[in-house]
Design a protein around this ligand. Sequence first.
Ligand code: ADP
Length: 499
Amino acid sequence: MDKLHDIRSVPILIVDDEQFFRDLLNDILVSEGYMVQVAQTGQEALKMFSEGNYQVVLLDLVLPDILGTEVLVKMKEDDPDVAVIMVTAYASMESAISALRAGAYDYIKKPIIREDLVRSVDRALERQQLALRNKLLVKQLETRLREMRALSREKEEVFRILDEGLVIIEEDGSIFDLNPKAAELLGNGIEPLTGTDISDTGLPIPEDFLASVSGAGQPVRTLMELVGGSDKSREIELVGLTMEQPTGVDRYLLGLRDLTVIRELERNREDFLAVVSHDLKAPLTSLKGFVELLLDGEYRSEETLKKYLGVLETEADRMMSLINNLLDLGRLESENIHLQLALVPIPDILTYIVKSLEGMAGKKEVILKADIQDDGNLVVDADRRMIIQALVNLFANAIEYSPAGGTVQGVVRNVGDSVLVEVMDEGPGIPAEERERIFDKYYQVGPTSSGRMKGSGLGLAIVKTIVELHGGKVSMNEREDGQGSRFLVSLPVSDGRVS
Ligand code: ADP
């Protein structure tokens, strides 16, 4: 009886209009140790039921106000789990069956036999106790399930937003799942990649890699080049791990870490040090040498003095220009860069540049021309100062690399939604295999064996950064006549939103 302990503290409701039976039922149950409450009519019983907490009800089939079966149905509506035992003086098979159909748990006949009553009540209470336990269990399971779902949603979210590619593959190499970063690296969407063989994705996993992962019991790493999603090849660190499955068939978890950006930063740092040590230290050493000569009075004529001072000025200018370029690029690459956009007519810019570089071109005996093809919209939304800086860099290079007597020509025209600026010269041009890298920071075409050439290798990187900040593109190709370089800048035509 111990298991009924809890439920015994919940009273049993006796509903009978006859005093005699009420007392009889009451006496038997109280003597058995149950708590009991009584009602005389259907109405009273329903009111008590809706206000109280009853697990078992003894309900007379015939009541003066409402039919017992009706009371039964209402109680069941209120609490479908209640165990109602019908008590009937007319113990016909028919009335018993209809009461059971209406949801009664059991029925007992009048005259009441003590053992029958106690057995039936005991059984009902036992069932209620069990039902309560089941309910509790279901509740606990539901809570656990909710927690597990929340947990797997959290994992799913981490999987989704992780900045490393994750691919889960089956033992046969087919992709079971992958996150968006992996899909991006492999150059396809999640859906089309799911189910395909990992070796068909452009990820060249070494043949023995998965085998070594299987035996390792810890993550295995390797470096590889991925020629996948983006047009550039990427350096990838691949980390492999086995995931034991309850089914016994293992899966592999592959982590793909893109090292391209880190490597690029490392290269930039090395290049930066090379530039600083060569392009700043070397001129400084020469400056110092000349200053010492001057201090020692080691010059024979006014002419030599002027020559020395001229060298000093040139070296100082070069250092100044390098430092300015470094600072400019640093600013342009900073995340808080703010463009002061205005409507900028590119023909005006071209005219302005040609005018301001006339002196430089004249010194090199280079002819500078502007060709404005004014048959479409040539206005862009731009930061005027920046656009001038980008185009000046292109024109200055063109003049710099032009032979004496050569022509540098700037052309501006409209091509659909873009304003196109061409800067052409008649210099040596740039070999095709170098063209992709000339816009990289510090890159110079064919530095001499003694080190870097004059210039910083930053001019074109500044052009590219500025043009891209304006949503445009810059490229370089050979002139159609094969004579010299042709740089192309395209900028989106103003949509009129900036005034
Ligand atoms: P730098 O300041 O060293 O000239 P840039 O970034 O402006 O750096 O140019 C990068 C490289 O591209 C230079 O080393 C140069 O050799 C090459 N280059 C740039 N413009 C021209 C051009 N118009 N003709 C030939 N070579 C050029």
